[in-house]
Design a binder for this molecule. Structure first.
Ligand code: NAD
Length: 433
């Protein structure tokens, strides 16, 4: 099948590579000339395990190419897969301008045999509006096919999704067949529904996951106060299958999806005249969580943290990605810097993407030893394997007393850290000095 992928960010690049890998003939289109030039020369401009190799071999096999919209000179594919960004807009709603301009471009191509497959996360009601206005009279079919991949395991998630959601206009069985052909080789449970419900499934999924995280973080705060262990509590909770699997307490969720999608759902509720108090609480708890290390440092150093040397390990919003969008570490570092803390930071992949979002005074270094050398405290913000398994004994010897460690992901072995001479604090684990 001939497929045009529009928008080559985290989702679009993975989609283009995986679809080509599955045997389709794929052209990826992006308005960012630098991004397209990189892809054309074999460099995938994001860090995602396995993606560079997969894209390169699909290009070599002649099934994948990249271009800018203005240089696009072929007929549009049977599928125009839209994976443009839907960043937060003013007032908390989603900014749909990228998606609208992508649809306008699709329309300009004057293809009568194309189905738009909307992978971008768009607020419930958007698809129906696009059909009635932007695509009216174009003959172009529209399918909502929300994407659930997780950065860091995106290829695996694309090839083995836990579900395929297909939202189509009433009676549009042709588009369901197109989607089936596009997903050839993928064996996953499917739900076919109307467009608005498909869009809501995506938002509700993200909001529910965010809610579970904020809930666990609230319980962690309570554990801290009453002397319970969040590790045991979350393990015990997860034994009941109705609770939906294990959730870990920590410095909160981040990334390009949960924060903006929860806010967009809250905004949709507001503009629809519905009150969803729970979502507000989820956001408030999450905003607080990312500053827990700051509160802990203030408490440990009796408020005198100006001039303190603190190492922050992990900048990406999660391990195995260089994505720093809405990463908790960035908010924390900005708050620490405002309080006069001297921050040195390190991330295995995200130093470069984080630079533009950090105060100039923050030093970014290439390894955890360099980040922690001479520091009185260290904060783990992202549970990269190489940070969790770093040589903490050497780190301890390079640091200055009191060697305070705030484990923002409850990923370190508290007892071992104490043995090595650290003052250890986790989230809901109590302080163990
Ligand atoms: P991104 O910001 O990384 O990429 C968007 C790309 O679209 C950019 O390269 C941009 O230059 C390009 N673009 C913008 N306007 C364009 C146009 N008119 N024509 C062609 N290209 C255009 O975004 P992303 O993280 O890949 O997310 C894409 C969508 O998928 C969003 O709606 C997001 O919410 C959703 N989503 C993301 C993830 C994730 O993990 N990143 C997971 C599931 C769903």
């Amino acid at each position: 099948m001939k497929i045009t992928v529009i928008g080559l960010g985290y989702v679009g690049t993975v989609a283009a590579a995986c679809l080509a890998d599955a045997g389709h003939d794929v052209t990826g289109v992006d308005i960012d000339p630098g991004r397209v030039a990189n892809l054309q020369s074999g460099r995938v401009p994001i860090y995602e395990p396995g993606l560079q190799e997969m894209a390169q071999s699909a290009v070599a096999a002649g099934r994948l190419r990249f271009t800018q919209p203005d240089d696009f000179e072929e007929p549009l594919g049977r599928v125009a897969l839209v994976a443009t960004g839907t960043p937060p807009g003013g007032g908390g709603g989603a900014d749909l301008r990228q998606m609208r301009s992508a649809l306008a471009w699709v329309r300009e191509q004057r293809s009568w045999d194309t189905t738009v497959v909307m992978k971008s996360t768009v607020p419930p009601g958007t698809g129906e509006r696009m059909i009635t206005h932007e695509l009216r009279g174009s003959g172009i079919c529209y399918v909502s096919n929300p994407e659930f991949l997780r950065e860091g395991r995106a290829i695996q998630d694309w090839q083995h999704p836990n579900r395929i959601v297909i939202g189509v206009a009433l009676g549009d069985t042709g588009s369901v067949d197109v989607l089936k052909a596009m997903n050839v080789g993928i064996d996953a449970p499917r739900i076919v529904t109307d467009i608005t419900s498909a869009e809501m499934i995506k938002y509700a999924s993200n909001a529910l996951l965010a809610t579970r995280i904020s809930f666990m973080n609230e319980i962690a705060s309570l554990c801290e106060r009453v002397g319970a262990s969040i590790d045991a509590v979350s393990q015990g909770l997860a034994m009941d299958p109705r609770t939906g699997g294990r959730i870990y307490a920590g410095v909160g969720y981040g990334g390009s999806c949960f924060p903006k999608d929860v806010r967009a759902l809250d905004h949709l509720a507001l503009t629809s005249g519905v009150s969803v108090e729970l979502l507000r609480a989820v956001i408030t708890v999450n905003n607080r969580q990312r500053l827990l290390p700051l509160y802990a440092l203030r408490e440990r150093f009796c408020g005198a943290i100006s001039g303190l040397r603190v190492a922050v390990l992990g900048l990406a919003f999660k391990p195995d990605t260089d994505d720093v969008r809405e990463a908790p570490a960035l908010d924390l570092i900005r708050a620490l810097s405002d309080d006069g803390v001297l921050v040195t930071a390190h991330d295995p992949q995200a130093n470069e993407s984080a630079r533009a979002f950090l105060p100039e005074s923050v030093e970014l270094v290439s390894d955890p030893m360099a980040a922690t050398k001479g520091a009185q405290a260290v904060v783990l913000m992202t549970e990269w394997e190489q940070l969790v398994d770093a040589d903490w004994e050497s780190i301890a010897s390079g640091m200055c007393p009191p060697r305070f460690v705030f484990d923002g992901r409850n990923a370190l072995d508290a007892a071992l850290m104490q043995e090595l001479g650290f003052e250890y604090t986790g989230v809901g684990r109590g302080r163990t000095t």
